[in-house]
Design a protein around this ligand. Structure first.
Ligand code: NAD
Length: 359
């Protein structure tokens, strides 16, 4: 029998087409005066949230940007304090939820999250802040949203390309949850179900972005991915993506999507049960190859060099991956890590055990 610890996170989840309409009722459960947050690109959606909130809304601040720079947080905290709000409504992807979390970290304000991508930040107590080009992350229960409203209708406008890579970002949480140091049976069930829902729906979403059934399945998988990210520790894949994003400013979801098949291949021999579960969820014979084929199927870039990774940065990534040791099922060794990064850099299929055996 496997020994484990499982500690559920207390975020209330409201899921379903049209649930955005419930934002006022949900917000009213936790506070009386809200600031609505969004990126400039989603300012219109923020205005819709403000209208739905009615007299509960004190203002809209559409100033969220990727990676939560500290000056952006300073400005948003000043707006929140100036308006005397008692709660935050974050409408958008991980960048907007990230801004709300950074405000909460300083002020303790409770968050209503309305996610519109598949990043999963709304289900985690993890915050991130970028200062002088360095991204710091940490965990604090005060930043965990009190309620998450998942309305697939809000994802219909998520461009096909971003939908595919954002969905693979969610699959990455599930994959690493399966071989996490703190894995537990419930998280593994959620991981397998999340991969199944996303692998089935993402190719349909990119072909037919208005398909509400597929959008619902993808958002359901994203929710599960977020729960997993918030519940158990991650490993090599997340460490590499954090390094690549932070050091070379590579786009978040795209980086996750490209690296995932290679990180899975790296860990395949050390985590056979996880690979079996991933393959079963995707209905493919080999997990790393199946993840690579899904990346191709959603029309995403397959090579880090095509999303801004400089070739002379490869050695630095390997060096950083080997410093500050952290848990990973397979030991961290320079040569296989170089093979992983090289494959991801040029976009060749992962070196999977099946491919190796056949070679
Ligand atoms: P994002 O929030 O940066 O969004 C990307 C762009 O897409 C933005 O311009 C946004 O306005 C737009 N957009 C979002 N939803 C849309 C929609 N439905 N329709 C049209 N446009 C839409 O991207 P992301 O991948 O969701 O988030 C990435 C960030 O989140 C990174 O900084 C990452 O580190 C962070 N993150 C944090 C956690 C955590 O637990 N703390 C988890 C996952 C991601």
């Amino acid at each position: 029998m496997q020994a484990f610890i499982y500690e559920p996170l207390p975020t209330r989840v409201v899921f379903g087409a049209g649930t955005f309409d419930q934002v006022r009722a949900e917000a009213a459960r936790i506070a009386t005066r809200f600031l609505v947050l969004a990126t400039p690109q989603q300012a219109q959606l923020a205005e819709q949230a403000a209208q739905k909130l009615g007299d509960l809304c004190a203002g809209v601040h559409a100033g969220a940007v990727m990676h939560v720079p500290v000056p952006v947080v300073d400005e948003a905290v000043a707006v929140a304090e100036g308006l005397g709000v008692t709660g935050l409504v974050a409408v958008g992807g991980g960048s907007t939820t990230g801004l709300a979390k950074a405000i909460a970290l300083r002020t303790g304000l409770p968050i209503v999250a309305v996610p519109t991508t598949y990043a999963g930040s709304e289900m985690t107590p993890i915050w991130g802040l970028t200062e002088d080009g360095v991204k710091r992350t940490g965990r604090d229960p005060v930043v965990l949203p009190r309620v998450a409203i998942y309305d697939p209708l809000l994802t219909l406008g998520l461009p096909a390309a971003l939908s595919g890579v954002s969905g693979l970002n969610a699959i990455a949480h599930c994959v690493e949850g399966l071989y996490s140091e703190t894995a537990n049976p419930l998280v593994s069930l959620m991981a397998e179900e999340g991969i199944r829902a996303l692998a089935k729906s993402l190719p349909i979403v990119v072909r037919d972005p208005g398909n509400i059934e597929a959008r619902g399945d993808a958002l359901y998988g994203a929710w599960l991915g977020g729960v997993i990210l918030g519940s158990v520790g991650m490993a090599l894949h997340h460490k590499l993506c954090h390094t690549l994003g932070g050091t070379f400013n590579l786009p978040h979801a795209e980086t996750h999507a490209i690296v995932l098949p290679h990180a899975a291949a790296y860990n395949a021999a050390a985590a056979p049960e996880a690979m079996e579960r991933i393959a079963r969820a995707m209905a493919v014979p080999d997990a790393p190859r199946g993840l690579y084929d899904l990346l191709v199927a959603v029309g995403a870039q397959t090579a880090l060099r095509d999303i801004g990774m400089p070739e002379d940065g490869l050695a630095k990534v390997i060096g950083l991956a080997l410093t500050n040791p952290y848990y990973n099922p397979a030991p961290l060794v320079a040569e296989p890590l170089r093979e992983l990064i090289d494959n991801a850099f040029v976009g060749r299929p992962p070196a999977s055990p099946v491919a190796r055996a056949a070679a």
